[in-house]
Write a protein that binds this ligand. Structure first.
Ligand code: GTP
Ligand code: MG
Length: 205
């Protein structure tokens, strides 16, 4: 899929204020600093579109980007950053859980996982929660440029094995690097396929 146009629309803390739920939407979520905003910039080919930082906690709101005037990419704040007050954590949890439950045009959630690490409890728990609420998601391993391909494959395999212990069917996964543009075509192709399925389903009603 080609991205002809990608533009920032708005930032919100309330789901009610988000753009009308008339277009399919893909949300990026994962631990603070895992590379959500960087991946959005890599996919759209616009370096400064989503704000990134080497310090965790950069993205604080629900950010909507309109792509090719036909679908939304959404950048969300991260979870699991230790140096965050209890109050902020509760606020995050309320905003995100409400968003995940209420956003009716949410086509798929991309759960970002750092390809350098072994499976982390906070990520496994978050995916369990998505599963129990029936929110469709795929896994995206980030920062693959940070180590050798072999090492990345080992970490991904360990993750998938852990998932297999609790999931009948482990959701699809992608390996990416925002730095080297790895996985760009695969992720965009996946989005194109889901967009097409949704359009067909709408035609049949
Ligand atoms: P929050 O908004 O704080 O939750 O973080 P985020 O998940 O949006 O992470 P962000 O995209 O801001 O990236 C965090 C840091 O990781 C930045 O310093 C990025 O340059 C770096 N980074 C992100 N993706 C990659 C990648 O694929 N490779 C490398 N080497 N660095 C990356
Ligand atoms: Mg961010």
């Amino acid at each position: 899929m080609n991205i002809q146009e990608a533009k920032f629309l708005m930032s919100n803390s309330r789901v009610e204020d988000c753009p009308p739920p008339t277009l399919p939407e893909y949300a990026f979520i994962g631990r603070s600093n895992v590379g959500k905003s960087s991946l959005i910039n890599m996919l759209t080919g616009q370096k400064g579109l989503a704000k990134t930082s080497s310090l965790p906690g950069k993205t604080q709101l629900i950010n909507h980007f309109l792509i090719n005037s036909t679908w939304y990419l959404v950048d969300l704040p991260g979870y699991g950053y230790a140096r965050v007050s209890k109050e902020s954590r509760v606020k995050w949890s309320r905003m995100i859980n409400y968003y995940l439950r209420k956003r009716e045009n949410l086509a798929c959630v991309f759960v970002l996982l750092d390809s350098r690490h072994a499976p982390q409890a906070v990520d496994l728990e978050f995916m369990e929660q998505l599963g129990s609420e029936g929110v469709p998601f795929v896994m995206v391993f980030t920062k693959a440029d940070k180590q050798s391909g072999t090492r990345t494959q080992q970490n991904v395999a360990a993750y998938l094995e852990t998932m297999e212990q609790t999931w009948d069917e482990v959701p699809r996964h992608f390996v990416t690097s925002a730095e080297e543009k790895t996985g760009r075509e695969e992720v965009l192709q996946f989005i194109a396929e889901v967009n097409q399925q949704l359009a067909q389903a709408a035609d049949n009603t």
